[in-house]
Design a protein around this ligand. Structure first.
Ligand code: F6P
Length: 603
């Protein structure tokens, strides 16, 4: 397929803000007008589109309908939450700050909690931050979508983490204001308000919070949000929920939602630390300045769009021929690699082997709640040594390997690993961050440049103070890796327009998203689309009453072991053919996007 150069006009930038634009969908689920053609443009244009989408995070004007990240209200609430953290930092006895979420939101809770605990340790303070991720630590590196639907599990895990605590600031993250797991935790906080103060972080206005009944509960996400809104008036609950615009790939909240989560939490916690340990006052100017520093990180990263496009091409090429992409990283940047890789499975229906991350030091470096998870299987072997044993012997030029580090890491180690990899493949690339004027590792870097097919150097001029600089590097790495893995899957044909057509239907949010997508692409009514979806999940041409009377949890459990559910449902809806025929059609045309495009054109 010939791919064109896309461009975006001002009208498409602001189109999503109109109340008439996809009015039934919350912002986090809307399709972004900027990326309508992302499935048919060149790698360079994909990167430009992602850049324009990410820039919406900081866009000031959001009409009257939405409040943005830089709005007075958001900044004010961030200051209030910062003060809460400050109080706990000054008197940490029997207190805890808990960050919690599902999927990438939980992974970022881990990243942020670990980073700030490390900072406390360096200041000889005891750790104060805890994280919870739906599905436990295995969800840090693998796709565990089902626990997201379990509010009781959410409340129980919160209760367990906080045993014996007298004061807890709970920060629940759900980009779509939608995860029942988080709703259960917030409800628990509201019922135990003498100990727990709830904060909700997400990226939809409150009236767009999910309102579907949650089985076994009297509340919905929206009703919990409404209760919090009441309490927010007396500052006993807090909502930080700016709109950051629709995701580049509809509903893929790991992208902008994840980036905005990371920066919001880091700004709040950094400001609280600065207030306590450096006596810096908590001001709106300080918060806004910090936001601008992250916006700058975005500009600095995308200034390298040509080099990013080349990486995306290489990764896309590997995936297209059935080979793999490997991220070999150091420190927290490696964790961002692990996080990016883990989302490819639910988002694109990928295999865990397609995109994999590895971290120098493995679990020792991570210090996660449950310790090493290697016994769970190869998917959980995440150290560089594991890469050397399990992957390196089979590596070829068709695989893409990406080294990710900074010049504050041990660069001689990077050289060693690069040499080992270079013996097996020339398709080796490096991405590294360097503060301007830092010449410490110049010699080793020259060696790495010689070993790699491409090296992407991101230099930070007039760098920010230590920890902020590091957080900028992390955000920059996240943007870059999101672009590489998303772009590579686009090039592999996993996206139709800007929708994930091969999404896994493994929890209720994904189930309803799949049903809506089928309605949009087939033009068929909801009941027919749900029928087709169920037929594809259960692999039957006739639905038994046993199937139709089962609940969504049963459907999504069954879908866990299935592949290509949504493409199959779509092909059978559009052609009226049996599942077997649809399956053979998809087998003939392995690129799902093209199979679907051909049928839609014919229909
Ligand atoms: O269900 C999968 C998923 O969409 C992940 O991709 C995402 O990171 C997670 O849910 C959390 O979503 P939210 O932050 O909106 O609760």
């Amino acid at each position: 397929m010939a791919r064109s150069d896309g461009n975006c006009s001002l009208s498409t930038v602001h189109e999503w803000e109109s109340p008439d634009y996809e009015p039934l969908l919350p912002v986090s689920e809307k399709s972004n007008p900027l990326t309508r053609d992302i499935d048919r443009v060149s790698a360079g244009s994909i990167v430009r589109m992602l850049q324009a989408c990410d820039a919406q995070i900081f866009q000031e004007e959001k009409g009257n309908t939405y409040k943005g990240l830089l709005s007075d209200q958001v900044v004010k609430t961030m200051m209030e939450v910062t003060r809460r953290v400050e109080i706990i930092l000054k008197d940490p006895k029997d207190s805890l700050v808990v960050l919690s979420g599902c999927g990438t939101s939980g992974r970022l809770a881990f990243l942020v909690a670990s980073g700030f605990n490390r900072e406390l340790k360096e200041l000889n303070q005891r750790s104060l931050y805890a994280y919870i991720i739906a599905g436990g630590d295995r969800a840090l590196f693998s796709s565990q979508e089902a626990p997201e639907d379990d509010p009781k599990l959410g409340a129980l895990s919160l209760k367990k983490v906080c045993e014996g605590k007298k004061r807890v600031l709970f920060i629940g993250i759900s980009c779509g204001l939608s995860a029942p797991f988080v709703a259960g935790q917030l409800d628990f906080c509201l019922q135990n308000h003498e100990v727990y103060t709830p904060v909700l972080v997400g990226f939809n206005p409150t009236h767009q919070a999910r309102d579907e009944p949650i089985p076994g509960c009297t509340f919905t996400f929206r009703s919990v949000v409404q209760r919090m809104q009441e309490l927010a008036k007396s500052q006993t609950a807090f909502l930080i929920n700016p709109a950051v615009g629709p995701e580049a790939i509809s509903g893929s909240s790991r992208m902008k939602g994840g980036s905005a989560t990371k920066l919001l939490l880091e700004i709040v916690l950094s400001a609280a630390h600065a207030a306590v340990f450096s006596h810096a006052p908590i001001t709106s100017t300080g918060i806004l300045q910090h936001m601008r520093a992250y916006e700058n990180a975005l500009d600095v990263t995308y200034a390298q769009s040509e080099a990013i496009s080349a990486l995306l091409e290489a990764a896309g090429q590997s995936l297209r021929c059935g080979r793999c992409v490997y991220y070999l990283g150091w420190g927290s940047l490696a964790l961002l690699g692990l996080i990016d890789a883990s989302e490819c499975k639910p988002t694109f229906g990928a295999d865990y082997k397609d995109v994999r991350g590895f971290i120098s030091g493995g679990y020792r470096e991570l210090n996660n709640n449950e310790g090493p998870l290697t016994s769970l299987g190869p998917e959980f072997c995440i150290a560089h040594e594991d890469f050397l044993h399990l992957v390196l012997p089979y590596l070829s030029d068709k695989d893409t390997v990406l080294l990710i580090y900074t010049h504050s890491d041990d660069v001689s180690e990077v050289v060693k690993l690069a040499s080992r990899v270079r013996e097996k493949t020339s398709n080796l690339h490096a991405v590294y961050h360097q503060a301007d004027g830092d010449t410490a590792a110049t010699v080793q870097q020259d060696d790495i440049n010689r070993l790699c097919l491409s090296t992407l150097k991101i230099t930070w001029l007039s760098p920010a103070p230590g920890s902020l600089l590091h957080m900028q590097w992390e955000l920059s790495t996240k943007l870059l890796l999101n672009a590489v893995s998303t772009g590579a899957h686009v090039l592999k044909g996993k996206i139709y327009q800007n929708h994930m057509i091969d999404v896994q239907v493994t929890n209720s949010k994904l189930y309803y998203r799949a049903s809506r997508l089928l309605q949009k692409l087939s033009g068929c009514p909801q009941h027919r689309c749900e029928e087709a979806l169920l037929k594809a999940i259960y692999r039957v041409d006739e639905l038994s009453t046993g199937i139709t009377s089962s609940d969504t949890a049963t459907h999504t459990r069954t879908a866990r072991s299935r592949t290509k559910v949504v493409p199959l449902a779509l092909v059978s809806l559009l052609t009226g053919c049996s599942l077997m025929e649809a399956e053979s059609h998809l087998e003939q045309q392995s690129i799902v996007r093209e199979a679907v495009a051909v049928i839609i054109d014919k229909a």
